[in-house]
Design a protein around this ligand. Sequence first.
Ligand SMILES: Cc1cc2nc3c(=O)[nH]c(=O)nc-3n(C[C@H](O)[C@H](O)[C@H](O)COP(=O)(O)OP(=O)(O)OC[C@H]3O[C@@H](n4cnc5c(N)ncnc54)[C@H](O)[C@@H]3O)c2cc1C
Length: 581
Amino acid sequence: MLCFVVSVLTIQVLLGAASPLESSKAPKGCLRLSTDEDFPSAEAWKSALPTVIKNNNTVNVGPDYRIQVKSASDVEKAIKFAKDSNVRLSIITSGHDALARSTAASGLLIDLSLLKGIKVHESFTPTTQGEASVLGQKANVIVPKDGIQAAVTFGAGTTADTLYNALHPSKLFPMTAGHGEVSVAGGWGQFGGHGAFTHLFGLGVDQWLEAKVVTAEGLKIANKLVNPDLFWAIRGGGGGTFGVVVEATMKVYPDAPITGFNWWINATAPTTPEGKKQFEAATAYVLSQLPELHNKGIGGPTYAVAGHALRGFTMHYGNESGTVKANAAWKPVLDKLETLPGMTKFQTRPYNFKNFKEFYDTTFGMEDEMMKKVKRDLFKRHGPGAAGSMPKNYGLAAMDTHLLGADHLKSPKLMEQLSKQGNSWIMIMAAPRPGVGDIEETSVNPSWRKAVVHYVGMGLPSTVRTVAPEMGAYGNEATNIEPNWQEAFWGSNYKKLVDIKTKYDPDHLFWVSPGVKADYMSVQNGRLCKVSSPPAVKATDTAPITDNVTPAQVSVLIERFGKNELIGGFPAPGKYVGLQS
Ligand SMILES: Cc1cc2nc3c(=O)[nH]c(=O)nc-3n(C[C@H](O)[C@H](O)[C@H](O)COP(=O)(O)OP(=O)(O)OC[C@H]3O[C@@H](n4cnc5c(N)ncnc54)[C@H](O)[C@@H]3O)c2cc1C
């Protein structure tokens, strides 16, 4: 707690040092702050947006106003007011974004958490006029037809747990994040989105059939037939960038029995140099086996705990479920593992569930307390309800991520780099299996399609990325100091995303960093300003520093740069941060 308070104070000091606290007008090309004399008055806010709430935040540390919208037309009015008043705009649904992209340091926050309503479809065919709004609608129950793709239309405020509970009576389930409070159509569904069965049914971006999006120009239907470029862009380009998605239609899947399979094995002498070497050899062996398991239709995390234990938790669906099949899938690998020098006997524990709801409600049957916490409550409540209180509203943790394919998992170079991480890391078999997903129809980094695992570490960017320089990183669980960020998050899709962003949001009304065209704006003395010409991006560049960083991010930056070298609290946009060696 104390540590947290110190972090918040640090931010306020750092930002405060650069804040123009005296009254002024916004310089040309810059957005207004509440300290500007021409900032809209409280009466102007209330008259344009009667339900708007004033946030009592310190200047430059949070949005000035927040509105909980209930319709697409509320969103249109809020966007128009922010645009006409030249104030910063941000969008929040669940507030889980660890890079603090769902709030800004000033302006208006549009809160989508009340956009609720669900309609289940036996099948869905997109039309040019789009599905009628389902906002306020109670979920119906259907009988899915064999071989016909069922779908669901839902309001953007719908979280993972609301959606799977609503689909359960229809014997269907959705792709969602593992954490039940993450929204489905927001950051998760727009920047990738992995979940329990993405290896079988694709990423969040693969699930879309239609979206209703309020862009800077107004409400638009986006599907294969109408505004297909916008539709492609929100399927991977990231949240908070192209407009506000108010409703989504996504694919859903037949319920089936599921097995959650836990296994673990310890090193006998991890603290001795010989024991460490043996543990690393055993780890390298397990990693080399993941591509084959993934190909067989198994997904889930394998992780190392502080260099003394290897653990795994995998999910087995439908025909692959059941204790016998789960044991059979892992037994050859685990049998071999325990014969390797320096390893103890392995243990396993399977949990069998009748359906997806039972599986999700019981934390997937995970044995490990740490992993359960991540799934259930470690980061609990940092969402809409907390928008007026900054501590809860800040981001969460300094994470690091990189996608790795079969060759990388089999390369001896991988263990060399993992060894530098203190042997605590997670490799999640979350990438779709080869051929799974709407590959060409999405704008997510194409390296997801060659990946087997999504590596997750904590803290500074690790040298694991040097093992797979051609692969990308997952922008929702990334470090905000990812080198070569445009390439890392979107690969060859970046250029087309820039063109679509320019078409739908020429004035940069929507801005998040990292985000498409983030380098067309920069934070100057605590306010967001257009840059006259964006710098040519070099392989060493990092995304522009956002105007609402997290305490965890600040501490990472301080660790790297030292307090005195930070400019206005942060390194100059684009300055190379370097890799942890
Ligand atoms: C505890 C926890 C567990 C997680 N588990 C997983 C996981 O299993 N798999 C996974 O892939 N990721 C996971 N994540 C990461 C998660 O995908 C991201 O945090 C994601 O950004 C959350 O999206 P959100 O809309 O719920 O959050 P928010 O913070 O509300 O929004 C995230 C971003 O999307 C924008 N946005 C939100 N809603 C909309 C909208 N309707 N239209 C346009 N822009 C919008 C926001 O402006 C922001 O930029 C997890 C995160 C946490 C904290």
